[in-house]
Ligand binder design. Structure first.
Ligand code: ADP
Ligand code: MG
Length: 704
């Protein structure tokens, strides 16, 4: 076993690295110590099995490798007087090319051997009918055939600054080589034997060596898989462990019984049979709240999948167990809508429910506060006004948060502190996150998924249309309005181009009011610059069908429910992300009528835009859309900067390595279930590695 401290030797001690290079490696690549170099995995590999003859060269900018001799050297003054360049005439038996140096000219001239066979490697320039190769990599053929030269050559991550200061890929390769000499061949295995055998993974030692010096493609592949697995496995171990520890540390109030309130509602007030997905999710939640541990569950379900009823029935479980429950929504409109829906569902039961928002009147609030503290009130629905300190519960057993993206961890924590025993927490989101991404980002939460829509829904028909067909689209809207329906027309409005976007919006509004004249048609407009009260008033008018068209920005994205609206037109659809388009589309298709979503774009579309439009037209499945979005945008962009740390992987790729990720999570759960404290001898290496990971945070800063 190598002593730990060799790997942790500061990089400046390495042969070939002085103070200056050490500083560069630190700032440019985050390399501090020996092991950081070994964890700098190549971006790609160059196949150096192929040798070209000069008469085979093509003008295609590829990297080529040639065997030949330098027969002549000359110095050329450059036209702009800025120094000289060195030009070597290089030949093989089929032709001649020029090798050119602009820097390090003296050193090259002194060391280059004339008429000795060399292997040269580099990119070609083609100019005035001749090939030249600037700054080739050169090895004497005699040296090239010696050890250390793999025909599959790694290319390491680099930066412009590194290249400029002479830390070329060749230098990096040399540094890696030197580190290997220093640390020897023995690496500590950090995966349990059982996992290695069951997944047929190669050892740590063989993997690290082969990733840097691949002897052949087969071992390179095996090394890559092993190291990807290791990386994902340790992220999962930490997430799963956090989840398990939380369950031990935070005891919840167990909702032991399913009582009269729940059963009465289920038997007499449920307006429709639950879907299988709803039933399954309720079972998962029941198992959580019925146990001694506090629940922390994420409920994902596409728009319209019926999360509200699940939320309500979970709250009834709380009531059956002498607890209060609250439901928090991100906007006043949504809180209001939840209150209306839930009050209606609870009609004829004796469950008490109230609404609390920023605009609740002082007098109402006083009564509400009293009822809340006495326990007389069972269910409280509201906005983040719920979080205020003066809102005090008698015994809050369950807190549900709708549309989780709008709320942060901080707010979740505030809810926790509302009760001596923290309430169970259920977070609901309508933004589907691909399963594998959820595993990585929310790996410490339990996740439930409603993946089935209530029966009888007519799938929304989605059409992509070019903007010059707008007149036809308006004709179509008129027909729908004649049938009694309503329509949304949505414009992009983003911060970066706010002024211009706002102009587009108002111009669009004017154009629409001209195309849909009074008195027959009435048009509403809602955007972020309106005061909340004005916005709400306008939404209310649309909701009551007093206006037939709602011109809006994405403020209507979340949750608004106007079942009579059957058309959604999205202007400049190319400017929206896939998830956002899908969210917007979810505003229609909420009634029994056939609904339509029309995506308008300019005539010129890039490949990404085309893919987005095609995906929207092809499917209504939010999870499928999320998968495509993940592939287009990458995980960092999809989740925002907030969680990008978790996604800053060194070798694995959440999109491409989904199978490895699943295996890693499965193995992590399996191992921790059997040995939660990592005490068994065969798992010592895991415990040990975790300590390491926490100690050397510079490597794994992304683990919270
Ligand atoms: P979301 O998941 O978007 O919050 P909602 O809870 O608002 O969805 O439900 C959307 C609509 O579907 C509501 O009108 C609701 O009454 C209805 N719904 C929910 N579950 C069912 C079901 N099992 N059968 C029929 N309709 C349902
Ligand atoms: Mg909802």
């Amino acid at each position: 076993m190598i002593p730990e401290n060799v790997l942790h030797t500061p990089i400046s001690y390495l042969r070939g690295v002085g103070a200056q290079r050490a500083e560069l490696l630190k700032t440019e690549l985050g390399i501090y110590e020996y092991q950081d170099i070994l964890n700098l995995f190549p971006n790609r590999y160059i196949d150096r099995t192929k040798f070209y003859k000069i008469n085979e060269l093509q003008n295609n900018n590829a990297e080529v490798q040639i065997i030949g001799k330098v027969v002549h050297l000359r110095t050329v003054e450059s036209a702009n007087q800025k120094g000289t360049r060195l030009v070597a005439t290089f030949t093989d038996e089929t032709g001649t090319i020029d090798l050119v140096w602009f820097k390090g000219v003296k050193w090259i001239r002194d060391t280059l051997k004339i008429n000795e066979p060399y292997v040269i490697f580099g990119k070609l320039n083609f100019f005035a009918n001749t090939f030249s190769m600037p700054h080739p990599e050169m090895d004497l053929l005699a040296d090239f055939n010696k050890v250390g030269h793999s025909s599959i050559q790694p290319v390491y991550p680099s930066t412009e600054k590194l290249a400029k200061r002479g830390i070329t890929n060749r230098v990096m390769r040399q540094l890696v080589h030197t580190v290997f000499e220093q640390v020897g061949n023995t690496f500590v295995e950090n995966l349990p034997e059982k996992i290695l055998t069951s997944l047929n993974l190669i050892s740590k030692q063989e993997a690290v060596r082969s990733i840097h010096f691949p002897p052949n493609q087969e071992l390179l592949t095996k090394a890559t898989i092993r190291l990807k697995f290791e990386e994902l496995f340790y992220i999962q171990v930490q997430l799963v462990r956090k989840n398990l520890l939380q369950k031990q540390k935070f005891l919840g109030q167990p909702f032991k019984k399913v009582g009269d309130t729940f059963m009465n509602f289920y038997n007499h007030h449920l307006p429709f049979p639950l879907t299988n997905a709803q039933k399954r999710v309720l079972k998962e939640i029941r198992a959580d709240v019925g146990s001694n541990a506090q629940m922390n569950r994420l409920l994902q379900g596409d728009v319209g999948s019926g999360k509200t009823i699940v939320a309500l029935m979970t709250m009834l479980l709380a009531v059956d167990n002498q607890c209060q429950a609250c439901l928090m929504a991100p906007t006043e409109i949504l809180a209001n809508q939840h209150y209306q829906t839930i009050s209606k569902l609870l009609e004829g039961t004796n469950v008490t429910v109230a609404l609390l928002t920023g605009s609740s009147k002082t007098k109402e609030r006083r009564i509400l506060d009293e009822q809340l503290q006495s326990g007389e009130l069972s269910i409280l629905i509201g906005t983040h006004a719920l979080l205020e300190d003066k809102v005090q519960f008698h015994n809050l057993g369950l807190a549900i948060i709708d549309e989780q993206h709008r709320f942060g961890v901080e707010q979740r924590a505030k809810l926790w502190r509302k009760n001596t025993i923290p309430p169970h927490i259920l977070v609901m989101t309508a933004t589907p996150i691909p399963r594998t991404l959820a595993m990585s980002v929310y790996g410490d939460l339990d996740v439930s998924i409603i993946d089935e829509l209530p029966p009888g829904r007519k799938p929304i028909k989605t059409i992509h249309q070019y903007e010059n067909y707008r007149a036809e689209v308006y004709e179509f809207i008129k027909k729908e309005i004649d049938k009694g329906r309503q329509a949304y027309v949505v414009y992009p409005l983003i911060e970066e181009s706010e002024a211009l976007d706002f102009k587009n919006l108002t111009e669009g509004y004017e154009y629409i009011t001209a195309s849909f004249p009074l008195p027959k048609y009435k048009v509403s407009m809602v955007h972020g610059k309106l005061k909340p009260a004005e916005k709400d008033a306008e939404m209310e008018r649309f909701l009551r069908n007093e206006t037939q068209i709602m011109v809006a920005t994405t403020v209507i994205e979340v949750g608004v429910n106007v079942p009579n609206a059957s058309v959604m037109v999205i202007e400049s659809a190319e400017r929206f992300g896939l998830s956002q388009l899908h969210q917007l589309r979810g505003r229609v298709g909420r009634g029994s009528e056939q609904s339509y979503c029309i995506l308008l774009t300019g005539n010129k579309m890039g490949n990404d835009t085309r893919t987005r439009m095609e995906t929207m037209v092809r499917t209504n499945d939010g999870f499928e859309i999320a998968e495509v979005d993940l592939k287009l945008r990458g995980p960092g962009d999809l989740m925002g900067t907030q969680q990008s740390g978790v996604l800053a992987l060194k070798i694995a790729d959440i999109v491409k390595d989904q199978d490895i990720l699943k295996a890693a999570r499965f193995q992590a759960i399996d191992l921790l279930k059997a040995d939660p404290h990592l005490e068994q001898p065969q798992n010592k290496c895991v415990a040990h590695t975790l300590i390491q990971l926490q100690r050397y945070k510079n490597l794994w800063t992304y683990i919270s």
